[in-house]
Every structure is written in structure tokens, then in C-alpha cells.
Ligand binder design. Structure first.
Ligand SMILES: [Zn+2]
Length: 394
């Protein structure tokens, strides 16, 4: 069995050890050591990373009773002793998130009667699932305040190995699902927890907790939070966003939300006005095209980069003004061709049949009502050539 240095001193980041096994499985090469400071994935806490003799340790997992160090490339066959260096920043971050979670769960349980059902320590934020259907803003605020008070209180965080019988004398929230020896993590008067993770010496090292919000998950509440250095990183991120925002909208921070809201509303009002003006303009355009066509039986126009919506509006405006003419409207885009085919009310022809015959020319799709169809496809031929093909069918 490997001696687990992370249980003896969770701050020990460097060590030397004999290699007792070297092997390979579906995850890659791995080493088993006589002793290790590398924490393997477990109890919701991700594994450590670091180096063994200068080779990257990419994963650490406990399997078949051994701690397997997966390394990026195998070490020379004659290697007997390795020097290990654990990525201190990553580990300490995990210790902060993990211990923060103990305190958060304790506060929700003891002060609000809400038990925690699971914990996930994520790359950027962490979550716990709370056995309740909702969380009021008042409860969130009160819980967050209490958690931060406990952190500031700088209580010791102790770990003790003991028998299950002995452990059950403590005010545990969850019964222990193990036999034999158990590791109890104790924050006196606050939390007594059977846990195999790594923890800092005092709650003060968690530094701070910030709740980021919650969502509903399987009739429970999933609370998102960050602890420790992540709180400062988040503040820095948000500060940068606001600083950049203030370059665009030069207002004091408390006024920014209202200012953005007003800008969005003004934008929507303008969009509406532009749409109305566009429709009016298209109506005049329709009249102009019709009067210029001087009673032609087929009126066709090819446009560049005109939207389908605009093409349809123009077509609809024209059909009300003509009685026995056909309309072919085409928009040429970089790689696409879109069209509207229509006719006045005195013509009986179903334009779906015409569309069906020309659509293969542009490998397209389309359809509509008998007197008004639209479609589009690839610009395999240009707009004028497509119009000629349609004309030849009318
Ligand atoms: Zn723990």
C-alpha cells in the first residue's frame, strides 16, 4: 500500500519515492509509488497534476487499492527513485473549494434545515445540490453571510482517523457508509464529516465564498459558488467587463443597467420605424416597376443581395396592382439565388408547378400558394439566365 503523504501533510508538494510498480492500462502509462503527495480523484475533489522526474503527471486515480500516476511518457526502465512535484496552485485551489463546500453545506443544514445531496468541483465554478425546491434571495444572502463569518472566524480544520463507533459519537449529518477506520474532518462546533479529501489548516484559508446563483435540477436546487482565489479572479473578470463597458457608455456603474435598457428599447423602436419606412418605400418601388413595364405579360427584375423578406414584400405589393401579368423577382447573393414567382388574380396557373420545374436548375427548394411561391438554392446559374428559364415556361 502506498503511503499517502497528502493525508499526513496536505501542504507537502515535493517528495521522493521508490517506484514499486510500472504498468500500462487503457488510460496510458502509470507508476505506483511507495509514497506519494499526489491526491487521486475522489469525494468530488479532482486529482492533482504535476511532475515525476520532469515528466508531466496528467491523471491520478485510485484503482484496485493502488494510486496510479498516469504520466505523459514512460520513464527509463532503470528508474528506481522518482522526485515528485505537485502543482501547488491547483491543489490549494481544490482545498479552498472543497473546504468551502463543507462550510456551505453545514450552514444550509444547520440554519435552514436543507441537506446537501451532491457536490461537484468544477474547473471554473462548483455546485452543490440542495434538497429543496427553491431558494429565496433572503436565504441565499443570509447563508452566504454566515459562511463568510465562519471563514473569517478562522476555526481550525482537523482530521482524525478513528473507528466507525467512535466517529458516530460526533454530531454527524450523514451516517458513515464504511467499515473499519474512518477519516473525520472536523471544524469544531460547525462541521463533523467523514471525508477523504484534502483540507486547509483553518477556515480562514478559504478566504471567501460567493454564491453565483441557482438553477432547478431534478426537483432540487443546484447552487453555483466559488471560493478562495476564484472570488478575486471573478472580481477581476467582472471589473474588466465593466471597465470596457464604461468606455462605450460613460456613466457611473450603478446607472449602467438602466442606460443599456434604454439603449435596447430605443434600438427596438428604431428597428420598427425602419421596417415601416422600408415597407412604404417598397410600395413605391412596386408601383414604379409596374408603370415602367407598360402592361408586359411577364415582369422580371434581378437584384443583388436582397433579403427574401424584402423580395416577398415587393412581390405582395405588386400582385395587388396587376391582373393578368406574371412577376419574376430574383435576388443574387454570393453563393445563393432566391426568387419569388407570382401572378395577378386573372391568371389561373399554379406557380408551384413552374417552381418545381426550375428548382433543379439551382438545386433548390421552395413552394407556396398557387398564385405566389418563393424558393432558393445555389447560384449555379446567374439571375438573368434563371429568369429566362422561368419565362420560357410561362
Ligand atoms: Zn472534505
Amino acid at each position: 500500500m502506498t503511503r499517502k503523504l497528502y493525508y499526513i501533510d496536505p501542504y507537502q508538494m515535493e517528495f521522493e519515492s521508490k517506484v514499486i510498480k510500472r504498468d500500462q492500462d487503457e488510460h496510458g502509462f502509470f507508476l505506483v509509488l511507495e509514497e506519494t503527495a499526489f491526491y487521486p480523484s475522489g469525494g468530488g475533489q479532482p486529482h492533482d497534476k504535476g511532475m515525476l522526474n520532469g515528466v508531466k503527471v496528467i491523471d491520478v486515480e485510485e484503482a484496485d487499492g493502488e494510486v496510479r500516476h498516469y504520466i505523459e511518457e514512460s520513464l527509463p526502465a532503470e528508474t528506481e527513485i522518482v522526485r515528485g512535484i505537485v502543482d501547488q496552485k491547483r491543489r490549494f485551489d481544490h482545498m479552498q473549494q472543497h473546504n468551502g463546500q463543507h462550510i456551505i453545506s453545514a450552514v444550509f443544514h444547520d440554519q435552514f434545515g436543507i441537506p446537501t445531496t451532491s457536490f461537484h468541483l468544477g474547473k471554473e465554478t462548483s455546485t452543490i445540490d440542495l434538497d429543496t425546491e427553491q431558494l429565496s434571495a433572503d436565504v441565499m444572502k443570509a447563508a452566504e453571510e454566515r459562511v463568510n463569518e465562519i471563514i473569517l472566524g478562522n476555526s481550525p480544520v482537523e482530521t482524525k482517523w478513528m473507528s466507525v463507533e467512535e466517529a458516530e459519537k460526533y454530531p454527524l449529518r450523514k451516517s458513515l457508509a464504511v467499515d473499519g477506520k474512518v477519516r473525520l474532518v472536523i471544524i469544531p462546533h460547525i462541521d463533523y464529516n467523514g471525508c477523504g479529501g484534502t483540507h486547509p489548516r483553518t477556515t480562514g484559508e478559504v478566504r471567501a465564498v460567493k454564491f453565483l446563483g441557482w438553477t432547478r435540477s431534478k426537483k432540487q436546487v443546484r447552487l453555483e459558488f466559488i471560493c478562495g482565489t476564484r472570488v478575486l479572479q471573478k472580481l477581476e473578470e467582472k471589473h474588466e467587463i465593466l471597465t470596457n463597458m464604461k468606455k462605450i457608455i460613460p456613466r457611473p456603474e450603478p446607472q449602467l443597467v438602466q442606460e443599456v435598457e434604454e439603449l435596447v428599447q430605443a434600438g427596438k423602436a428604431k428597428d420598427k420605424q425602419i421596417a415601416e419606412l422600408e415597407e412604404q418605400l417598397i410600395h413605391y418601388e412596386a408601383q414604379e416597376i409596374i408603370s415602367a413595364s407598360q402592361g408586359d405579360k411577364v415582369i422580371h427584375r434581378v437584384f443583388k443581395d436582397r433579403s427574401m423578406q424584402s423580395l416577398q414584400t415587393l412581390g405582395k405589393s405588386m400582385v395587388t396592382e396587376i391582373e393578368d401579368s406574371y412577376i419574376i423577382l430574383i435576388s443574387e447573393q454570393d453563393e445563393q439565388l432566391q426568387f419569388v414567382l407570382a401572378h395577378g388574380e386573372e391568371i389561373e396557373r399554379n406557380m408551384n408547378e413552374v417552381a418545381k420545374q426550375v428548382l433543379p436548375l439551382i438545386e433548390g427548394k421552395g413552394g407556396g400558394r398557387p398564385h405566389f411561391v418563393q424558393g432558393g438554392g445555389r447560384k449555379v446559374i446567374d439571375g438573368e439566365a434563371f429568369a429566362e428559364q422561368v419565362k420560357s415556361l410561362l
